[in-house]
Design a binder for this molecule. Structure first.
Ligand SMILES: [Zn+2]
Length: 224
């Protein structure tokens, strides 16, 4: 989740996110959601979120419709973002630029088995780019160029990258961060096997800036 001047935007909503989010905020305080693509590990909790919002609306805690920005290339999945009056899908196309809360949001298509968008958020003071799910992509390098922070997937270890198509290794995430000239790299979408500390080491060999592993409930403050 990103927060700027009281505006809260969730990026992707996979399994477990709804529970984790409530350790930080009440759900009626969420202002927007941006979704990169419709693989279950990125949208599994959307239905749960919509139902929770419906309950909040019944309780009078929430009156505003939650905008969920996502690409419309999968019409069936996109249509599910509309739920009664509590959430509404807003088309977010590749190479589009639009305003979401405090940010100008820009996108590009990634290299992934299904349509997927990498997303950049620019505020007045800083910029942060999320690779979402992707194999190596010059378009993602271009999108992330000069961002303060790159949140990159690191789905596997470099010696296993051939087995995990459509994703990046820790080393490639570091190379992407270096090519994009960002200040800080946060590795996420970490594998459920191996020692993820090795991903940080791989990335640090390729990237001269700071490398972190994303952890549940951790917070990062970006000074512009
Ligand atoms: Zn995916």
């Amino acid at each position: 989740m990103l927060e700027e001047k009281g505006f809260r935007c969730l990026f992707d909503c996979g399994s477990g996110v709804l529970s984790a989010l409530q350790h930080k905020i009440s759900l009626h305080e969420l202002d927007a959601v941006v979704v990169s693509h419709y693989h279950p590990d990125h949208v599994a909790d959307i239905g749960c979120l919509q139902h929770a919002l419906l309950i909040d609306s019944h309780l009078g805690k929430r009156t505003a419709t939650l905008p969920i920005y996502a690409h419309p290339y999968d019409k069936e999945q996109f249509s599910r973002l509309d739920y009664q009056k509590v959430s509404k899908g807003i088309p977010l196309e590749a190479e589009q630029s639009l305003t979401v809360g405090r940010w100008v949001v820009k996108t590009t298509k990634t290299v992934h088995p299904v349509d997927c968008l990498a997303v950049r958020f620019d505020s007045e003071k800083y910029s942060i780019t999320f690779t979402a799910d992707t194999a190596w992509s010059e378009d993602v390098v271009r999108l992330a160029q000069g961002s303060d922070t790159l949140v990159s997937e690191a789905s596997t270890y470099d010696h296993m990258i051939e087995k995990i198509p459509g994703h990046l290794s820790g080393k490639q995430a570091g190379e992407l961060a270096e090519a994009a000239g960002v200040n800080q790299l946060v590795l996420t979408h970490l594998p459920q096997y191996g020692d993820v500390a090795d991903l940080k080491k791989e990335a640090a060999l390729a990237f001269r800036g700071q490398v972190r592993l994303a952890r549940a409930f951790s917070e990062i403050t970006i000074e512009g």
